[in-house]
Design a protein around this ligand. Structure first.
Ligand code: HAM
Length: 413
């Protein structure tokens, strides 16, 4: 049986085949995401992977709706696997926002599903670090969020030479659109064309823009002029005060493909332009109101950082550590008559917080020792007939004999 295209198997390292993904690298990434979120005071939340279809058809936009994994469940409900976390989060916040002090700063690491054409950096399932802030209109929140994104990427060893945050403004584009087209229902279609400008053939973009009543040259001139709005200036100043100015640049190519954005928007890219977007986000001040049917209104902003492009970039820059299996102590059982006491020692060492391995079944001593070396054990420990423990440091070769209590005390964490 083969796995479905665009889905991944995660194996412990060393990897058995180039076609599988590293469970260790995934864990490494998740730990860094959680650690940076903690430093910025974000709390973790989660929601259901399966949601009512309507949650996503409401305001995410046609592109993501076309990529939905949706079906009718056995109770005749129209449901979909979540393609993104933001609508779920808006629903959760709207339901219980009163129980939380503002601004609400939350993060999650959801697995998301999009029926996309499989290509470099795009799969049908991926994980995203989502960080969002609710209840704050001040641009200080936008800057704080971008700083979190920068520091998250920096925690992997990436520098300003490796990535850049391209900062833009959905409202600047909204103004551009409104000044030239009276039909507000066409706005999203226009935003989609701008979003695709860098990936689409120029002739195709040109004719599609023309059909909407826009000039390709004029749109490009607007992008090239790139005058930061006062909002963007404020965000840039805030980031510069933190010494993070070199990580951001204003770039109106960015507009974001999703429909709900309302204010400053941004995307993270590798500097060389070899990969798809690493992350994307921005303000979406109307989504909570829309999803709560007008009951709750809260300004909001956030970003999603995917694991697929991030991993490609870390590999390309040689920034992934080695993930060797390692244990603290390998308990050698050379005399089967001492197995019961040895199990007692294993248990005590593990209770003291150590990673402990031993041979589950009778095994020749030299094989046990070889296994200890393969596992890069720091120590071996062996119970003697007189109940003392013989400990050896496998690196320094230093060895000593002591009581079990003393062994636990000296090796324990
Ligand atoms: P998004 O731009 O659709 O935004 O996705 C964010 C990031 O997730 C992308 O930059 C990319 O790294 C990764 N990603 C998206 N689709 C795929 C895929 N098919 N395969 C691999 N990686 C992918 C959102 O999803 C927004 N909900 C983010 C957000 C949160 N905005 C506000 N809060």
């Amino acid at each position: 049986m083969e796995r479905l295209p665009g889905f991944r198997d995660f194996y412990p390292e060393p990897l058995p085949h180039k076609d599988v993904w590293s469970a260790d690298a995934r864990q490494y990434i998740f730990v860094k995401w959680r650690e940076t979120a903690r430093r910025y005071g974000f709390r973790e939340y989660d929601g259901p992977p399966l949601e009512p279809l309507e949650l996503f058809t409401l305001k995410s936009g046609d592109e993501i709706v076309g990529q939905l994994y949706n079906f009718t469940d056995k109770g005749d409900r129209a449901v979909a696997l979540r393609p993104e976390m933001t609508p779920t989060l808006a629903r959760m916040v709207a339901a219980h926002e009163r129980a939380y002090k503002k601004p609400i700063k939350w993060f999650a690491i959801p697995q998301l599903f999009r029926y996309e054409r499989q290509q470099k950096g795009r799969l049908r399932e991926h994980f995203q670090f989502n960080a969002d802030i609710f209840g704050e209109t001040d641009l200080a929140a936008d800057a704080e969020l971008i700083a979190l994104l920068i520091d998250t990427l920096r925690s992997f060893g990436l520098s300003a030479e490796d990535f850049v945050i391209r900062l833009s403004s959905r409202n600047a584009w909204q103004d551009y659109f409104s000044a030239r087209c009276p039909d507000a229902t066409k706005a999203y279609e226009f935003f989609q064309l701008v979003d695709k400008l860098e990936r689409e053939e120029p002739e195709v973009s040109e004719s599609k823009l023309k059909a909407l009543g826009f000039s390709f040259e004029e749109v490009n001139r607007f992008i090239e002029t790139g005058e930061p709005t006062p909002e963007l200036e404020a965000i840039l100043e805030n980031l510069a005060a933190r010494g993070l100015g070199e990580f951001v640049k204003v770039d109106y190519h960015v507009i974001r493909g999703l429909a709900y954005y309302t204010g400053p928007v941004f995307e993270a890219f590798d500097r060389k332009g070899e990969f798809r977007a690493i992350a994307g986000g921005g303000r979406y001040d109307n989504l909570v109101k829309l999803i709560s049917g007008g009951k709750v209104s809260l300004p909001a902003l956030g970003f999603g950082l995917g694991d697929v492009v991030l991993l490609e970039l870390l590999k390309a820059r040689g920034l992934l550590p080695r993930f060797d299996p390692s244990v603290d102590v390998f308990v050698l059982i050379e005399e089967e008559s001492l197995r019961a006491q040895s199990l007692g020692l294993v248990q005590e060492l593990r209770s003291a917080g150590l990673a402990v391995e031993y041979a589950l079944t009778p095994t020749k001593p030299d094989k046990q020792f070889k296994r200890a070396q393969e596992l890069k054990a720091a120590y071996t420990a062996r119970i003697e007939a007189d109940e003392t423990v013989n400990i050896r440091n496998l690196k320094s070769r230093e060895a000593w004999v002591c009581s079990t209590a003393e062994a636990v005390r000296r090796l324990g964490r």
